[in-house]
Design a protein around this ligand. Structure first.
Ligand code: GLP
Length: 241
């Protein structure tokens, strides 16, 4: 794995934003796998800046987001749909029809998940997948468990994830208990992976990802089996390496 350690979140924002835009410069109709959470905020901001400076064009890009909460209106400020529009899509020239999300409000979530996999396949697969990591080692919403879930699926969120994500909601009781997420197989099929981690509360998961056994108890550890993974870490996230 290509492990890059930075002094500041600002530097990671620039490096990661450049990395994602570099993919688009090399292939104008790239398929980007995108993530939510606070970690990608600065990278998205840098991607917007590069677009505003005329350095990159997103008009032929297609995106697939990793995950979405269940039973949360897409218009709710905490939906990942709202997050992505507010923090990236509304500021770049990606056509709305090229943007894809799992629908956490679909009547039949299993059919929705299967259709999402088909949409990724039809787009030619994901060229680069941006990932954050949960403090418990989750990627997307693939929570620690005793087996890897291969494709997109519905998941019951762990208490620790609900706790972590409650900072975005008015109260912890408002955090959805379920989500739809791309599976480990969907993520592993991406041609390249960029994973970013900031802060001390990610250090243990990052240590396990890089040095631990590959186990569904730390879903991110499976990335050891991918051939093109770049990690961008701040010093706190890298502190146990
Ligand atoms: C959520 C998302 C993940 C994300 C994680 C970390 O659970 N489903 O995709 O990586 O949070 O979030 P943050 O970047 O806010 O620490």
């Amino acid at each position: 794995m290509n492990v890059l350690i930075y002094d500041t979140e600002e530097q990671i924002g620039i490096a990661a934003g450049n990395y994602m835009c570099g993919q688009v410069l090399a292939k104008s109709n790239s398929v980007l796998g995108l993530a939510t959470g606070s970690t990608p905020l600065k990278p998205y901001n840098h991607m917007i800046q590069l677009y505003q400076q005329g350095a990159v064009d997103f008009s032929q890009v297609t995106t697939f987001n990793l995950d979405e909460y269940c039973k949360l209106d897409v218009k709710d400020e905490n939906s990942y749909h709202s997050f992505m529009h507010k923090n990236l899509f509304d500021h770049i020239n990606i056509p709305e029809e090229n943007i894809h999300f799992l629908n956490g409000n679909a009547e039949d979530l299993e059919t929705e998940c299967a259709a999402y996999e088909e949409r990724i396949k039809a787009a030619g697969g994901i060229d680069i997948q941006l990932l954050g990591i949960g403090s418990n080692g989750h990627i997307a919403f693939n929570e620690p468990s005793d087996s890897f879930q291969r494709w997109s699926h519905v998941v019951a969120l762990k208490e620790s994830t609900i706790q972590d994500n409650s900072r975005f909601f008015k109260s912890i009781n408002e955090v959805p208990t379920h989500a739809v997420t791309m599976g480990i197989g969907s993520i592993m099929q991406a041609k390249r992976i960029l994973i970013i981690a900031l802060g001390e509360n990610k250090a243990k998961a990052i240590k396990q990802l890089i040095d631990g056994h590959v186990t569904p108890a730390c879903p991110a550890s499976v990335l050891q089996f991918h051939t093109d993974v770049t990690l961008m870490l701040d010093k706190a996230a890298a502190s146990l390496l």
